[in-house]
Design a protein around this ligand. Structure first.
Ligand SMILES: *Cc1c(COP(=O)(O)O)cnc(C)c1O
Ligand SMILES: [Zn+2]
Length: 409
């Protein structure tokens, strides 16, 4: 099956044959991120609303006609995707939004949205005949790649910055990855991984340079649309680090628009933490992205040099959405609210999206009647240290009911 026409450079628009280990445009170098271009006539010929009614695969592979993979390699993967889209009445009420939905991506097999990209990476690595895959990551892409590799029998080599939370490291090690903790920040980590991947010839799962990963991430938008019976929301709110997730969300809606299954594209609200907000700053100043420091508790989006700026900026702009940033304390506040009203425990980078929505609602550019989906991109158990900092110490009591009575008062 090939629904893919070719790969196209986002800068010079040269096109290339779709080969499974193609990375960036040879003419433009590392900045020449490629986009996968589909033959929408072929997809349209297979996919309509009935297609979904009769589709009994409850994973990302139900969207195979939209994906650049060889189905022969998709059989024995982890079960990625088909996460719940909750109708969040209580949370909606507290924000003053009539129709609010939370997409809980923390319920993916390694507890973050990154699984949607990693499962594509391991399938592409298999197609291309590699036995080892590698990436640099602030943590979630790492643990996700490790888990997805383990399931399909590939080895993984992972580079994380020194500050990666222990929950993610424990996960990685349990999945049997070869782990290097880099003495530096994410930028240093990324640089070292780049050199190592070139030197040792591993399959490259670095999200921005690998053109196929955004295609996996886009399935979250396909799912949101399907879960809302193709009546898409007004806004989708996403936290942003490298920019691949928000670019993927846009691509998913565009695919459905191209085949005539939805009538418009939701506006995208890209949310960053004030301690690391290169996209927000570039948007506010209307200038190019400048590298910034990485000072935030939201480790998964602490990306000082985003590697996928073109697709992310284009996504927000073409959706007529906007950018916003929030403080770390607003992130912790959003984490508490999401937990208390919805029973969902988000890691800081995931709660960042909700914090952005709260701010957008206060500033008045998202209205009460706007149907809104906020994404929770990762599970809170990955980083308990920061979560605990947001709460009071639990009360210690003796095994004595009268002491408990006193405490209850
Ligand atoms: C990676 C990640 C993001 C942001 O995705 P990018 O593609 O880096 O923009 C947001 N939240 C969580 C939990 C993540 O792991
Ligand atoms: Zn190019």
């Amino acid at each position: 099956m090939s629904n893919v026409k070719h790969l196209e450079c986002t800068i010079c628009h040269r096109t290339y044959k779709d080969i499974p280990d193609m990375m960036t445009c040879p003419a433009c170098g590392e900045k020449g991120i490629l986009d996968v271009i589909y033959d929408y006539d072929k997809i349209r010929a297979v996919v309509d609303k009935d297609y979904f009614k009769h589709q009994d695969d409850h994973s990302i592979w139900r969207y195979l006609p939209f994906l650049p993979v060889d189905p022969r390699y998709t059989k024995n993967t982890l079960r990625v995707g088909m996460t719940p889209l909750y109708d969040s009445l209580e949370l909606g009420q507290s924000l003053g939004i009539d129709n609010l939905y939370v997409k809980d991506e923390g319920l993916n097999p390694t507890q973050s949205l990154k699984d949607r990209a990693s499962v594509i990476a391991v399938v592409k690595a298999k197609e291309a005949g590699y036995d080892t895959v590698a990436c640099a990551s602030t943590g979630n892409a790492a643990s996700s790649l490790a888990g997805n590799s383990a399931k399909v029998g590939l080895s993984s080599v992972i580079f994380v910055p020194k500050r990666a939370p222990t929950g993610k490291l424990a996960q990685l090690l349990a999945y049997g990855a070869k782990l290097f903790k880099v003495d530096g920040d994410y930028r240093d980590t990324y640089e070292l991984s780049k050199q190592a991947i070139a030197k040792y010839g591993w399959y490259n799962r670095n999200a921005a340079v690998n053109p196929f990963l955004v295609e996996g991430k886009k399935t979250v938008a396909l799912e949101i649309a399907e879960q809302l019976d193709f009546d898409v929301p007004d806004w989708v709110v996403v936290s942003v680090g490298d920019g691949c997730t928000i670019a993927g969300v846009f691509k998913g809606f565009m695919d459905l628009f191209e085949i005539g299954m939805i009538e418009r594209i939701p506006k995208l609200l890209g949310v960053q933490s004030e301690g690391c907000q290169p996209f927000v700053s570039a948007w506010e100043s209307n200038e190019d992205l400048i590298p910034t420091a990485e000072n935030t508790i939201a480790d998964s989006i602490a990306v000082g040099i985003p590697r996928n700026p073109i697709k992310a900026i284009r996504a927000v702009k073409n959706s007529t959405g906007r950018w916003i940033s929030v403080s770390d304390s607003a992130i912790l506040e959003a984490m508490r609210l999401l937990g208390k009203t919805e029973g969902i425990f988000a890691e800081p980078a995931a709660a960042c999206a909700l914090a952005g929505l709260i701010k957008a609602r206060k500033l008045g550019f998202i209205n009460k009647s706007d149907r809104t989906v906020v994404m929770c991109t990762g599970n809170g158990l990955k980083d308990t240290a920061n979560a605990l900092s947001a709460f009071k110490e639990p009360t210690l009591v003796k095994n004595d009911i009268s002491e408990l009575d006193a405490q209850m008062r």
